[in-house]
Ligand binder design. Structure first.
Ligand code: PEP
Ligand code: MN
Length: 337
């Protein structure tokens, strides 16, 4: 931490600050300038108590942290990008992984037709919500355990791995029993007790970015997963809430190179929630691939106009197959498979 003292303070006031710094376990280093005295407090800020309270002291002008607040998710902690194996599919490696499937699991016929179609087109992981976080309580809330069972059936039939959302701590064991990756949705991205419970299952966790979450907060939410013994974390950018209304959310593609620079955890892009519009999904995917995303999470439905949730943003089976073809040169240009 850097502590800037106010001008014209007495030696006694300065000494009191030095004593407090030592009391909290830091080693003070005094730098006396022409106009100001600055103190460097030497010590690991993540394991020592914060010196922020010094800002309330009358002789202190400013307290500035030097270190990042996250540790285990940081690139510093682990130089190479982490790879996460899900039923033999490596996320974070050379191959761009595609997770695709309906927003919600609706019926057996719906899920099986999507599963077979996305598998044929090259996806390796099947997505589908069984517990849905809906804005209105009057909207379809998901099939619950029945939906989980259908996902398991689709996995048996196709060999695709499965990702589904864990909405409540109460369902942790149940969801973990059926899924290969646990999705933590945007609305729960800072539900720390849920993150801890999910982390403790040992399953890979896909952590969506919250609707109005800063990247630092997102990284710190991820820190909850790693600090609870689970190193298999995927960050997923799905758009943030802005003033723009042409899209449902504003997909922040800058998050890809930022997460890559800050963290060793793979980064996934969800262009479906990101744009909220099927017609934009292809462009968003191309941008995501160019930015270096490790995986895509795409909503696909056999009949989007009749979908029980998120119809406007879901791709039909044909459009998804076409998208996978269109992405080929972009994937190659990005040095991926
Ligand atoms: C979803 O994937 O269908 C979903 C609800 O995502 P998010 O949490 O990003 O809104
Ligand atoms: Mn959705």
């Amino acid at each position: 931490m850097i502590i800037v003292l106010k001008p014209d303070i007495t030696r006694k006031q300065e000494t009191a600050v030095l004593q407090e710094i030592r009391k909290l376990g830091y080693r003070p280093h005094v730098m006396r300038g022409v106009a100001r005295t600055v103190i460097g407090a030497i010590g690991d800020e993540r394991t020592h108590q914060s010196l922020e309270t010094l800002t309330t002291w009358p002789q202190v002008e400013q307290v500035m942290p030097v270190q990042k607040r996250y540790k285990l998710v940081s690139r510093e902690a682990h130089k190479a990008t982490s790879t996460i194996a899900v039923r033999g599919n490596i996320i974070g490696g050379r191959k761009l992984q595609v997770m695709a499937g309906p927003c919600s699991v609706e019926t057996e016929a719906q899920l099986m037709s999507v599963a077979h179609a996305v598998k044929k087109a090259g996806a390796t992981i099947l997505r589908g919500g069984a517990y849905k976080p809906r804005t209105s309580p009057y909207e379809f809330q998901g099939l619950g355990e029945k939906g989980l069972k259908l996902l398991a059936k689709a996995r048996r039939e196709t060999g695709l791995a499965v990702i589904t959302e864990l909405l409540s701590e109460a369902h942790t064991d149940l969801v973990a029993e059926y899924t290969d990756i646990i999705q933590i949705g945007a609305r729960n991205a800072q539900n720390f007790q849920l993150l801890i419970a999910a982390a403790k299952t040992g399953k890979p966790i896909l952590l969506k970015r919250g609707l109005s979450m800063r990247i630092e907060e997102w990284l710190l939410a991820g820190e909850y997963v790693l600090s609870n013994g689970n190193a298999n974390l995927l960050f997923c950018e799905r758009g943030i809430r802005t003033f723009e209304t042409y899209t449902r959310n504003t997909l922040d593609l800058a998050a890809v190179p930022i997460i890559k620079a800050e963290s060793h955890c793979p980064i996934v892009i969800d262009p479906s929630q990101g744009a909220g519009r099927a017609d934009l999904v292809s462009s968003m995917c191309k941008g995501a691939v160019a930015m270096g995303a490790d995986a895509l999470l795409i909503e696909v439905h056999p009949n989007p106009t009749a979908a029980w949730s998120d119809g406007p943003q879901q791709l039909s089976l044909d459009l998804f197959a076409r998208l996978m073809e269109e992405l080929r040169p972009f994937i190659a240009a990005a040095g991926r498979e």
